[in-house]
Design a protein around this ligand. Structure first.
Ligand code: PRP
Length: 212
């Protein structure tokens, strides 16, 4: 039986739409309540926190997963990316109060020593390093918009979907840095050893995202 890990939270509904649209059973998933393991038809689904999905796959608990590339890149875990579904689109950005825009002139020197809050510490560091800027990254687990609003940091590095959380906290996008969407990923070992069980699911997702 193929085992597919799916994230809770913001992208849950987009994942369920992909599962359903691909013809895989989704009824029990939609009514899973607090169940974290859902067996439906020929499939088993594992429901996990987004940041735990790469571990579930790399440890072999799940064969496949739907997860954002923000999460996989932050995890640093080696996974095989099979399909960019194009669903659940968001973007990574540096955001802050409008006055912070003057630091983003295009010169690394103006960014030196910037204090940045993020739940994506690894990606934040890598992004600023790619510009040659050394910054101080403060790791928070969520609600990062609070930090600049209270003067704790100069800006945040975060995922933006509708932009409403930024607006509600008086913040603006200072620089859009990367595009994010839901990816179908796999455990590389499972692809080799269990392909006969996974082929139909992978084919179904590919056919769904290609429009039929
Ligand atoms: C993400 C992100 C922002 C918000 C952006 O948080 O960290 O806070 O969503 O979405 P928006 O642009 O539509 O307002 P998430 O909902 O994943 O929750 P968290 O803060 O608990 O991590």
């Amino acid at each position: 039986m193929p085992v597919i890990a799916l994230p809770t939270g913001r992208v849950r509904d987009a994942c369920l739409d992909i599962i359903e649209g691909s013809g895989m059973p989704a009824k029990k998933l939609r009514n899973a309540g607090r169940n974290l393991v859902v067996d439906d038809g020929d499939y088993r689904y594992l429901i996990g926190k987004p940041s735990d999905i790469p571990t579930l796959v790399s440890q072999g608990l799940a064969d496949l997963a739907l997860v954002g590339n923000d999460v996989t890149e932050e995890s640093g875990v080696e996974l095989a990316e099979l399909i960019d579904t194009g669903r659940g689109r968001c973007f990574m950005a540096i955001a802050g109060p409008p006055a912070a825009a003057e630091r983003f002139t295009g010169h690394a020197s103006t960014l030196m020593g910037l204090r940045v809050a993020s739940k994506y510490g690894r990606l934040a560091r890598r992004t600023f390093e790619s510009w040659g800027a050394h910054v101080k990254v403060l790791h928070l687990n969520g609600s990062v918009e609070l930090a600049p609003a209270l003067g704790l940091v100069d800006c945040i590095f975060d995922i933006v979907q509708t932009g409403s959380t930024l607006r509600a906290n008086g913040l603006v996008v200072l620089k859009r840095t990367a595009e994010v969407s839901l990816r179908l990923v796999a455990n590389p070992g499972a692809l080799q050893l269990r392909w006969e069980f996974l082929r139909d699911a992978v084919g179904a997702v590919r056919s769904f995202v290609n429009g039929g």
